[in-house]
Design a protein around this ligand. Structure first.
Ligand SMILES: [Zn+2]
Length: 66
């Protein structure tokens, strides 16, 4: 059986000790970039929703007081 660790999660090549769990600096950077872009998207999505909700509540308030 192949060991779970020891394979680059990006390209499935045997990982290099120096860049564990990746096989190279390049794959490590690819993974990091994936993480960053995913985190960015999720974070901005949440902010967007929250802002939209606040906006809705705010305008409803204004409507009521008039
Ligand atoms: Zn790789």
């Amino acid at each position: 059986m192949a060991t779970k660790e020891g394979r680059c999660p990006i390209c499935q090549k045997p990982s290099e000790k120096k860049f564990r769990p990746f096989c190279s600096k390049r794959c490590a950077q690819v993974d990091l970039g994936k993480w960053l872009s995913e985190g960015y998207r999720v974070a901005s999505d949440e902010t967007d929703e929250e802002e939209a909700n606040l906006d809705k509540e705010g305008s409803a308030f204004e409507d009521r007081s008039e």
